[in-house]
Design a protein around this ligand. Structure first.
Ligand code: ADP
Ligand code: MG
Ligand code: MG
Length: 471
């Protein structure tokens, strides 16, 4: 492995066993934690070693982030674009259609809050054909509930320690500091300040089963450090005690809410009843700052991503800024429509002819929803002449170069795996009316999985936390 971890370390079984023990204890001490069950806490899964990432592409990913922030924010304000981009999708995808209905209702009533807070994570893989340099390609952008900004603040020290114990002091110095939790909290704090009520709280809208609570806690703690109160509530809690006053101020349990930070609400199963939908609408209508608001949520759909890749579309959002357009477009993989018509028919033919070259994606989040390989043929054959296909997009499959590593997770045997990594970059921005008052790149996340799995994130139990080792 070029400038990574040498084979003499990777294949030294006794050393690896020692390192794994050191690493697991360090993860517990360092607070790299996840709930296993309600009362049981374990370390969050992570790699034993950091993964080599070329410095140039790493810096490229950081550099494009503020432009992605601007792009998402501009899309969210362009209701005509959203309407056109999502028209076919919402005909057949009920979940996106419901979100879109809320969006339209808010447009009709008029937005009651001019402060917008965006916390997102743009995910990339490095496409690497044999003998060629790695090329940075965006997998997707998450504009709602992007996770692991907290735990990834704690993993650099973990890998530094492992490398020191392994006698790799030089490599340990190449692990970058990273603190997305502080940057994400910085964005929330800015929005809270602009909201302008000292008593008002930040409400984390959380899921029923809070396995990843520690990740949230890092962000909460950063807010408490600034003397900003945070509360955690589920849809059900807000539905019971949430109200709007005459000025549309949102109160939950009698406390005024300045910011609703959604860490839930991104998949159909999160809305367990009609009441959850009513509650989402209540929050959207309120004067609380929503992170994200409904239009920013929609801007993060895979259909919007596909439409952005069409010729001329980025130019609409960056008129007179060809360099910005170039910088963003350079990170796009091939994305193809499955709308009805000749273009969509061509996509179907292309996918059926060479399914291994593509990924078929529905409008879903949270990992484990995409379709690969021969299954693409099965699924497409079944719907190729039906409007059902419009719920999906097709994307070029990215091929990163596999790297050997050990994936440490509770109750899994210690064995070397061929691994693929995905680099996430966190963005934070705040806009008030027309003015961007904050627009920052606030850190990164490397996640790694065994190449046996095509799909799935950390929460889905497939990927694990990692750190880039710049080469
Ligand atoms: P989700 O919103 O569910 O996270 P993603 O688009 O990130 O959806 O896809 C989930 C996972 O599938 C990614 O983390 C990655 O491992 C894999 N994947 C997605 N798109 C591609 C692609 N174009 N090439 C290779 N792998 C992909
Ligand atoms: Mg996603
Ligand atoms: Mg993803």
């Amino acid at each position: 492995m070029a400038q990574g971890i040498p084979d003499e370390v990777l294949m030294n079984t006794a050393l690896i066993k020692d390192l794994a023990d050191v690493a697991k204890d360090a993860a517990l001490l360092q607070g790299v934690l996840m709930r296993a069950q309600e009362t049981l806490v374990s370390y969050a899964p992570f790699t034993l070693f950091p993964t080599p990432v070329p410095k140039a592409v790493f810096l490229q990913a950081l550099a494009v982030q503020t432009h992605y922030n601007t792009l998402v924010d501009r899309i969210s304000q362009d209701s005509e674009f959203l309407q056109e981009a999502l028209a076919s999708t919402i005909e057949v995808d009920d979940f996106t259609a419901r979100l879109f209905r809320i969006h339209q209702q808010i447009l009709k009533e008029g937005r009651s809050q001019s402060i917008v807070l965006g916390l997102n994570r743009s995910d990339f893989m490095l496409d690497q054909k044999d003998g060629q340099a790695a090329s940075l390609k965006q997998i997707e952008i998450n504009t709602i509930a992007a996770s692991f900004g907290g735990l990834s603040s704690q993993t650099p020290d973990l890998h530094r320690l492992v490398l020191k114990v392994a006698g790799r002091l030089e490599e340990s110095r190449r692990i970058l500091n990273n603190n997305p939790a502080a940057g994400l909290a910085g964005g929330i704090a800015k929005a809270w300040e602009l909201y302008g009520s000292e008593r008002a709280v930040i409400m984390f809208l959380v899921e029923e089963n809070q396995r990843n609570i520690f990740d949230h806690r890092y962000v909460e703690n950063e807010l408490w450090k600034r003397n900003i109160r945070t509360i955690r509530r589920r849809f059900e809690d807000v539905s019971k005690t949430g109200t709007l006053d005459d000025n549309k101020n949102l109160f939950v349990d009698g406390q005024e809410v300045a910011v609703v930070y959604f860490r839930n609400g991104y998949m159909p199963q999160n809305y367990m009843s009609e009441q959850s939908w009513d509650t989402r609408l209540l929050m959207e209508r309120s004067r609380a700052v929503k992170c994200p608001d409904i239009s920013t949520h929609l801007a993060g759909t895979k259909k919007v991503q596909q439409v952005l890749a069409r010729p001329g579309v980025l130019e609409r959002f960056f008129p007179g800024q060809p360099q910005v357009v170039e910088q963003i477009r350079a990170t796009f993989a091939g994305l193809y429509t499955l709308d009805m018509g000749p273009e969509g028919d061509t996509t179907v033919e292309m996918a059926l002819a060479e399914p291994d070259k593509f990924v078929l994606k529905p409008q879903r989040e949270g990992g484990g929803n995409n379709i690969y390989g021969s299954e693409i043929c099965q699924v497409l054959e079944g719907m190729k002449d039906s409007t059902e296909r419009m719920a999906y997009i097709l994307m070029d499959k990215i091929h990163p170069r596999p790297v050997q590593n050990y994936l440490l997770r509770q109750d899994a045997p210690l064995k070397v795996s061929n691994c693929l990594s995905e680099l996430g970059v966190f963005g934070a921005y705040v806009r008030q009316g027309k003015e961007m008052v904050m627009n920052e790149c606030v850190g990164h996340l490397l996640r790694t999985k065994s190449s046996e799995h095509s799909d799935g994130g950390v929460a889905a139990g497939v990927a694990v936390l990692d750190n880039p080792l710049l080469i």
